[in-house]
Design a protein around this ligand. Sequence first.
Ligand code: URP
Ligand code: ZN
Ligand code: ZN
Length: 483
Amino acid sequence: MTKVIRNGTVVTADRTWKADVLIQHGKIVAIGDNLHADHEFDATGCYIMPGGIDPHTHLEMPFMGTYSADDFESGTRAALSGGTTMVVDFCLPSPGQSLLEALQMWDNKTSKACSDYSFHMAITWWGEQVFNEMAQVVDKGITSFKHFMAYKGALMVDDDEMYSSFKRCAELGALPLVHAENGDVVAQLSAKLLAEGNNGPEAHAYSRPPEVEGEATNRAIMIADMVGSPLYVVHTSCEQAHEAIRRARQKGMRVYGEPLIQHLVLDETEYFNKDWDHAARRVMSPPFRNKLHQDSLWAGLQAGSLQVVATDHCSFTTDQKRTGVGNFTKIPNGTGGLEDRMPVLWTKGVNTGRLTMNEFVAVTSTNIAKILNMYPKKGAIVEGADADIIVWDPKRKKTIAAKSQQSVIDYNVFEGIEVTGLPRFVFTRGELAIQEHEVRAHPGHGEFVAREPHAAVNRALSQWKEITAPRKVERTGIPATGV
Ligand SMILES: NC(=O)NCCC(=O)O
Ligand SMILES: [Zn+2]
Ligand SMILES: [Zn+2]
């Protein structure tokens, strides 16, 4: 059975043109004029774009004594509803646990995924077993490894562990990722705030100032440079971290930065809300920042010093958040956003002139497909690509409301924001998943996307590091050792 999307304008990361798109067996098979098929979908007035890719989600994740509430079924259904056709989630081994065993546990969660997905593997401890298993993880198509520089006593790794792991990534042609916050300083600041009776959700933000993130970002960048590895910094939220990334890139280092849609549009005043639930629902790490930091992130997307907009979707119900009443360090960290990332970014970015449509496609889909070495299977409208396609109606409007969302939690941090720009149709590998309000997402449709190591950037960087490596100076006439 063939499908064709007709009468629309194709928008990719680098081009905009009128064309029809023909789909067969889950792939794009032709792009051109006057194409016909068994089923026709009308895109009059709409843009035909690559489906969004969210490279940062935590579905059904064990964290801070509980599990994040959205699983692969509700999470990917929410994603599709908002035009995101692929997620990349994190496999988190417990300290001491085999990476392969953890991967098996994460695989078991995915049977009801409605969209395609991939994994990053977290390095939460270090030893010979981890060193060896990293190669097997890469052989399974997982070529990115996450390091938490925060969450002391739980997921955090120290500089020695990070150096060893980044070095191993360089050898394997893999990409290290970092959650960049100085976990030791956060622990000290948190203890001080609690001792002073500062125990509400606003203290979460006080305990993680931008300097904590800027320092860790810079440290991770320097370590990656010393081992000759590229680096991807997740949830870049502030100017200090952005500055470190920008500076590194200007020096030719292969560093990527990922702002979240939450940090781009929500600010720290949320934590000063008198309603404890309101503030706690917005507790995440790093916390929301002020308007100056937001401007820096938008500028980074415009200038190309930041490349990707993600969500870090890690949703907890109000009841789960209430675990932290009386002690902000016990509030599960995380917010949702999978359904909202694309419409909110379009509304606040494209509709305001902060982003072009092509930049929108780049930062929501194409750039990450390239960084994670799955382009043009994903992130592209080209013949042979997976038919992960959104037909985007720039005039469709809605007001974001928890009562009508796909996520299973009981609130939405974007509640009340009116968005203009929503999907008319969403296709996941050629299957129609969304038709305006109608959700046809099919649990079990999603497939694991394996990725190859040694992406072009890894190859170029290791070549350069080899050429510029320190070399012993061969000398003749070495003087005898003195007595
Ligand atoms: N970001 C957050 O607060 N929760 C999810 C885990 C993480 O990414 O740090
Ligand atoms: Zn994080
Ligand atoms: Zn995260």
